[in-house]
Design a binder for this molecule. Structure first.
Ligand SMILES: [Zn+2]
Length: 69
């Protein structure tokens, strides 16, 4: 039982600390984040492309780009 608890906490902790890098276009109207730096949606970006964690992108109110599969 104790072992099961340790395994549970290990996985819960892994999920919480997992950080995915995403890309956003640094323009005022940008509301999307991208999983790939060479995404179609980013190719039209006229501004700087910023790298950040998925958590931060979501905290900023960004949603996944429609081009991602
Ligand atoms: Zn995209």
């Amino acid at each position: 039982m104790k072992t099961l608890l340790i395994i549970f906490f290990f996985f819960a902790n892994t999920t919480c600390t997992e950080s995915t890098t995403v890309y956003i276009c640094n323009s005022n109207g940008a509301k999307k984040y991208h999983l790939k730096e060479n995404c179609k949606g980013l190719s039209t970006c006229q501004h700087k492309i910023l790298k950040m964690t998925l958590e931060k992108a979501k905290a900023d109110g960004k949603t996944l780009c429609g081009w991602e599969d």
